[in-house]
Design a protein around this ligand. Structure first.
Ligand SMILES: NC(=O)c1ccc[n+]([C@@H]2O[C@H](COP(=O)([O-])OP(=O)(O)OC[C@H]3O[C@@H](n4cnc5c(N)ncnc54)[C@H](O)[C@@H]3O)[C@@H](O)[C@H]2O)c1
Length: 251
């Protein structure tokens, strides 16, 4: 048994993007039995085509998690496939950078639904199962935007601030049932979510200049925190937001 004790733990990763895929690979390396869902077939295909993940028995299936019913179904399907659910990693999210006065309702609603409502729906469904089993760990993706007032991030920042509070309330309600609920809050990390923004002339250097560590994050920088919080080593850690940001929130 490895130090984290994740062998055989049954994990659902929601989101096969840059961070979700990295978490899926790290969970497989740690010996967890995982399923992963995403709305984008291309993202799922890249995981399906990965021989290491196939060897680890990672199940991959499509789901659009923007309704309560879809989240309930995804949790139930994963628990059915895996024979229960010990770990939930919620790694879906989106952003749309605009000034507040240029943000239409459709953009606000879309970001709130995916970033925050899906976390509530998935957490509630997983919480029911984990409480009944008397154990479980959930890890959600917050962001440095939950704390910093970045311009042109109103819906995104609001959802991440809301997520931090959602995590704390779920953690408090379920602590006595052996269920931990935490969040990892990355700074700018190179994935599809940030690529077009960082590709603007000079932007990558400007953003890296704001980070005391002097560089942007990579998905591999984030997975250690996720695996720790998902593991029994963190059984007494709950309701926390762990910043993985090279010191970005210190300045
Ligand atoms: N990359 C960063 O710099 C960064 C920083 C802080 C926080 N985060 C957070 O980390 C999480 C993961 O971000 P990422 O960088 O991996 O982004 P990403 O864009 O690479 O991945 C997001 C994934 O969500 C999936 N998705 C979108 N809509 C969906 C839907 N309706 N149903 C199911 N899946 C859907 C996308 O297909 C994609 O695979 C997000 O919550 C994000 O806000 C990212």
């Amino acid at each position: 048994m490895g130090w984290l004790g994740l062998e055989g733990r049954r994990a659902l990763v929601m989101g096969a993007g840059g961070l979700g895929a990295a978490c899926t690979r790290a969970l497989a390396d740690a010996g967890a039995r995982s399923a992963v869902v995403d709305v984008a077939e291309a993202r799922l295909k890249s995981l399906r085509d990965d021989p290491a993940l196939a060897d680890a028995g990672v199940r991959v299936f499509p789901a659009d998690v923007t309704t309560s019913e879809a989240c309930e179904e995804a949790i139930a399907a994963a628990a059915g496939e895996l024979g229960g659910l010990d770990v939930l990693v919620h790694a879906v999210g989106t952003n749309d950078r605009r000034p507040v006065v240029a943000t239409p309702d459709e953009v606000w609603d879309r970001i709130v639904t995916l970033n925050l409502s899906s976390a509530f729906w998935a957490g509630r469904a997983a919480g029911r199962l984990m409480r009944a089993a008397g154990r479980g760990s959930m890890v959600f993706f917050s962001s440095v935007s939950s704390r910093l007032a970045h311009k042109h991030h109103a819906p995104y920042a609001a959802t991440k601030g809301g997520l931090d509070q959602l995590v704390k309330v779920m953690a408090r309600e379920w602590a006595a049932d052996g269920v931990t609920v935490n969040a990892v809050a990355p700074g700018y990390t190179e994935t599809e979510l940030t690529r077009s923004y960082l590709d603007k002339p000079g932007m990558r250097e400007e953003m890296a200049g704001l980070v005391p560590a002097g560089r942007l994050g990579t998905p591999d920088d984030v997975v250690g925190a996720v695996l720790f919080l998902a593991s029994q080593r963190a059984a007494f850690v709950t309701g926390q937001v762990l910043y993985v940001d090279g010191g970005r929130t210190l300045v």
